[in-house]
Design a protein around this ligand. Structure first.
Ligand code: MIG
Length: 687
C-alpha cells in the first residue's frame, strides 16, 4: 500500500509514473518538529531496526550510524565520512519492529540522519519543506521495494553486448592506441565487447565533435572496431564550450537553451573546455534539443554513451573566479601566518563545486525561472533523460547503451549509472559490493564501479579480486584515470589468470542477462542483500560482504589484500563452486552455517542455491560470439529444479517475457526437459 503526503508546493520531479492522490491526514510514523522555519521529521528506531536503501552512498548495506545528504556532488575522494556522492536517492526501507518504506520526492538538498545525532533516532531535514513523501507498506522488505519500483517505472534495458567486458581509460589518445587495446585483448583471448572514448576523442573537449587529427576517419574506425565485435562508447560532458562558430554553442545561445544568470544572460562556468554554458536540462525544449544532438554520433555508428560531470560539476563560476582574482593581490607581500594562509588557500580551494555558485543560475521550467540550488539534484537525471527520450525517437527499434554519473530517482528509466571516481583502494571494492543492492532498490540495475579503482595506482591483486567480484555486475568496466598505472587485464604478469576470470563472466552472460531482464520487467532486484531472501534468518541481516545474484546464485568475494581465504555464511545448504576458470573448478556441497573457505588469488567462489540450477555456456571473445544454444547446467542430484532462461536478439526494444523464455527442467532423476522459446542442447553436472 502506497500513501502520498504533500508538504508545501513541491517542484514536480517526474520521478513517479503512477500518480497518487495526496492523503489528508498527517504523515504516519514520523513526528514533525519545526525550528526556525526548518522542518525535521523524526522517527524513534528500535535498536534492532535495519535501514536499507539511499542508493549511491558510502557505508553499509544497513545505513544506520551516519548522516547522508542528498546533494549531487563531484567528489573523487570517497572516504567513509563523506555525506554525499553523485546522486540523490531518497528512498529507504526501515525493517524491524515496524517495517515501512519512505520515498521523499524532493529536488533540493535533504539530509537523512540515521542514528548519527542520536543512536536510535532517524530524522529527515529538507532545505525547504516543499516535498511529496510516499509511505509504502507491504508484506516484506522486498515487497515494499517492488511497490516502490512500480511507482517509479520500469528500469532501463541496455543492449546485450553491454553485458560483456568493457575497457576504459582516461588517456587513450587516438585510434592507434585503441587498436592496440583491442589487439591486446584479442591476441590474449581476453573477451572484450567495448572500449570507451574519454574526453580526448573530442576537439578541445567540445560535445558532439571529433578530433579529426587523432580520429581522422571516425565512422570507418567505428565500423572497423565493430567488425571485431567491439563497440566504442564516447563520453558526453554537461558543459558546452563557449566558442564562436561551434554549432552546439551557437544553437544554444540563439534559442535560450542555456541556464541563465539572474539578469537573463547566459551563466558561465569553467569545466573541461574552459568557459562553458550549461544546457538547461529542466527546460523541455532545451532537453529535446540536447538529446537530439547525440544524433551526430549515432549517425557515425555509435551505439552507446556515458554522461559525465552532470551534477553539474564546475571548476569555478566566472563570477566567483573574478572575485578571487580581485582579492588575490591583497595577499601579495603580506606575512601569510596560519590564519591568513588558510584564508588564502580556502579561496582557491573554494572554487570547484562551490555551493554558492549553484545559487547563481536559473532554469526556465515552462516559463518559470527556478533557481538551480532548489532543483540541483535533477540535473544529471534530466541530462540522461534528454538522451533517453531522444533515442526513443531517433532509434525506436534499437537499444542504446546509456549510463550517467549523476542521478535522481526516475533516471533509472533512461539509463544506468557507474559509481563515479572511486580509488584503487581495497575499501572501495567492498563499497562497490555494498552499493549494488542499494542502487537496485532505486531501480538502477545497470550499474558497476570502475574495476581496479579509478584514482591512484592499483595493484595486480586488487584488479584480480575486483574483477572476480565485478564479473557479477551488469556493467563490468575496468577504468582508470590519466597518470595512474595501466591496469588493463593484459598489463600485469598473470594475463592468463585475468583471461580465465573474465571467461567466467562470459560463461555466465546468459544467466546474468536472464536475471537482469526478469528483474527489470518484474520490478525485482538483481543484487539482493541476503536478508531480503532469508528474512527469517537473523544472521543474514548481519552479512554485508556477500550478495544474492539473481535467483540461483550467491557471491562471496575476497576483498582483503593478501587474504588466502575468507569466512562465508550460508543461510541454507548450498553448492560451492570454487573456480579458477570455466574448465578449472571444483564443486562441493556445503551445509548451512559459517565456514572458512580457502580462496587463492586466482580463485573465486560462487554458491548455487538448492532447488536451483546454474546455466553456463562456453566463453567466447565477445557476447555476439557466444553459443547460447548449448548449455551446461550445474545443480543438485536428487532434486527437481528448473530455470527460466531469457533470450532475445539483444538490441530491439520489445522485451517480451513470455515469448523469450526457455524453461530448463531437471527432474530428481536427472532427466532434462526444455520448453518454450528455444531448442537448447543441455548437459548436466549434478552433485
Ligand atoms: O574531472 O573525463 O568520473 O570517469 O575519466 C574528471 C575524465 C572528468 C570524471 C569521470 C571519469 C572520467 C574523467 N571525468
Amino acid at each position: 500500500m502506497i500513501r502520498k503526503y504533500t508538504y508545501g508546493k513541491p517542484f514536480q520531479t517526474e520521478a513517479v509514473v503512477l500518480q497518487q492522490k495526496t492523503e489528508s491526514g498527517a504523515l504516519p510514523y514520523f513526528q514533525e518538529i519545526k525550528e526556525d522555519g526548518t522542518l525535521t521529521l523524526t522517527y524513534e528506531m528500535d535498536p534492532k531496526d535495519v535501514v536499507y536503501g539511499l542508493g549511491e552512498n558510502v557505508r553499509g548495506i544497513n545505513k544506520r550510524g551516519w548522516i547522508y545528504e542528498s546533494r549531487c556532488m563531484d567528489d573523487p575522494v570517497h572516504v567513509e565520512t563523506c555525506h554525499s556522492l553523485y546522486a540523490s536517492h531518497n528512498f529507504f526501507v526501515l525493517s524491524g519492529k515496524e517495517t515501512f518504506g519512505v520515498f521523499v520526492d524532493y529536488a533540493g538538498i535533504i539530509s537523512f540522519d540515521i542514528g548519527y545525532t542520536h543512536l536510535n533516532q532517524l530524522s529527515m531535514t529538507p532545505q525547504e519543506s516543499d516535498m511529496d513523501i510516499y509511505i509504502i507498506e507491504g508484506e516484506s522488505v522486498l515487497d515494499i521495494v517492488r511497490q516502490f519500483r512500480e511507482l517509479v517505472g520500469m528500469s532501463y534495458i541496455p543492449p546485450k553486448w553491454a553485458f560483456g567486458y568493457q575497457q576504459c581509460r582516461w588517456s587513450y589518445m587516438d585510434e592507434d592506441e585503441i587498436r592496440e587495446v583491442v589487439k591486446n585483448h584479442r591476441e590474449n583471448h581476453i573477451p572484450l565487447d567495448s572500449v570507451y572514448l574519454d574526453i580526448d576523442y573530442m576537439e578541445r573537449y567540445k560535445d558532439f565533435s571529433i578530433n579529426e587529427e587523432t580520429f581522422p576517419k571516425f565512422p570507418e574506425f567505428v565500423q572497423e572496431m565493430k567488425d571485431q565485435h567491439v563497440r566504442l562508447v564516447p563520453i558526453i560532458d554537461a558543459g558546452v564550450k563557449i566558442e564562436e562558430g561551434y554549432d552546439t554553442y551557437e544553437e544554444g545561445v540563439k534559442n535560450n537553451y542555456f541556464c541563465k544568470n539572474a539578469d537573463g544572460t547566459d551563466f558561465v562556468a569553467g569545466v573541461w573546455p574552459g568557459r562553458v554554458h550549461f544546457p538547461d536540462m529542466l527546460n523541455p525544449k532545451a532537453r529535446d534539443w540536447f538529446g537530439k544532438s547525440y544524433k551526430f554520433l549515432l549517425d557515425q555508428g555509435i551505439e552507446g554513451f556515458w554522461n559525465d560531470m552532470n551534477e553539474p560539476a564546475l571548476f569555478y563560476s566566472e563570477e566567483n573566479l573574478n572575485n578571487v582574482f580581485a582579492k588575490l593581490g591583497d595577499y601579495q607581500g603580506r606575512n601569510l601566518d596560519n590564519d591568513i594562509y588558510n584564508e588564502f588557500l580556502g579561496m582557491i580551494h573554494g572554487l570547484p563545486n562551490n555551493r554558492d555558485d549553484y545559487k547563481l543560475f536559473f532554469h526556465n521550467v515552462n516559463g518559470k525561472m527556478v533557481r538551480h540550488d532548489k532543483v540541483h539534484n535533477l540535473f544529471g537525471y534530466n541530462m540522461t533523460r534528454a538522451a533517453g527520450e531522444a533515442f526513443e525517437e531517433l532509434e525506436p527499434d534499437k537499444r542504446i547503451l546509456m549510463f550517467s554519473r549523476s542521478s535522481y530517482v526516475g533516471m533509472h528509466r533512461y539509463g544506468g549509472i557507474w559509481m563515479g571516481d572511486n580509488k584503487a583502494w581495497w575499501a572501495h571494492l567492498l563499497m562497490n559490493l555494498k552499493m549494488q543492492p542499494s542502487l537496485n532498490m532505486m531501480g538502477i540495475l545497470y550499474t558497476g564501479a570502475d574495476i581496479g579503482g579509478f584514482g591512484d595506482d592499483t595493484t595486480e591483486d586488487l584488479v584480480m579480486r575486483w574483477t572476480q567480484f565485478a564479473l557479477f555486475s551488469p556493467l563490468m568496466r575496468n577504468h582508470a584515470a590519466m597518470g595512474t598505472r595501466y591496469q588493463e587485464a593484459y598489463s600485469f604478469d598473470n594475463t592468463d589468470t585475468f583471461r580465465k576470470i573474465i571467461e567466467i563472466r562470459y560463461a555466465l552472460v546468459p544467466y546474468i542477462y536472464s536475471e537482469y531482464m526478469k528483474a527489470a520487467i518484474k520490478n525485482d532486484m538483481y543484487f539482493k542483500p541476503l536478508s531480503f531472501v532469508y528474512p527469517e534468518d537473523e544472521h543474514a541481516a548481519q552479512v554485508e560482504d556477500q550478495l544474492m545474484v539473481g535467483e540461483s546464485l550467491m557471491c562471496a568475494p575476497v576483498y582483503t589484500q593478501n587474504a588466502t581465504g575468507r569466512y562465508v555464511y550460508l543461510p541454507e545448504d548450498m553448492l560451492m563452486i570454487k573456480a579458477k576458470g570455466t574448465e578449472d573448478y571444483i564443486c562441493e556441497k556445503m551445509t548451512k552455517g559459517h565456514h572458512y573457505v580457502e580462496v587463492a588469488l586466482d580463485e573465486m567462489l560462487l554458491f548455487v542455491r538448492p532447488g536451483h540450477i546454474l546455466p553456463l555456456v562456453k566463453p567466447a571473445d565477445s557476447v555476439e560470439q557466444l553459443d547460447t544454444d548449448n548449455v551446461k547446467v550445474i545443480g543438485y542430484k536428487n532434486q527437481a529444479a528448473s530455470y527460466e532462461m531469457y533470450d532475445d536478439n539483444g538490441f530491439t526494444r520489445n522485451y517480451d517475457l513470455d515469448k523469450n523464455i526457455t524453461t530448463i527442467k531437471v527432474s530428481a532423476d536427472g532427466d532434462v526437459e526444455v520448453e518454450g522459446a528455444k531448442t537448447l542442447k543441455v548437459t548436466t553436472e549434478l552433485y
